[in-house]
Design a protein around this ligand. Structure first.
Ligand code: ZN
Length: 78
């Protein structure tokens, strides 16, 4: 699967990336954190970080002998 095809699996909006800290670029919502006090933070990630995380998921799946399916970052999969 090409990087473009992987990125096409996500929806993009302008925002900041939690992973690399860049702001005002295309990001996709990948997760949210709720603190013990009840504050909710949305985690969004830019394209290059999404590809890096997809690569980590691919390696993780490979080690576990599982099938890797791109596009799962937003479904809370490891
Ligand atoms: Zn990033």
């Amino acid at each position: 699967m090409t990087p473009d095809a992987i990125l096409a699996l996500y929806e993009w909006t302008i925002g900041g990336c939690f992973r690399c800290g860049q702001v005002d670029l295309f990001v996709t919502h990948v997760d949210e954190i709720v603190t013990p006090s009840g504050d909710r933070y949305e985690l969004s990630s830019c394209g290059s970080c999404v590809l890096a995380m997809e690569e980590e998921r691919r390696r993780y799946a490979e080690r576990r002998g599982r099938a890797y399916e791109p596009g799962g970052l937003t479904q809370g999969e490891p």
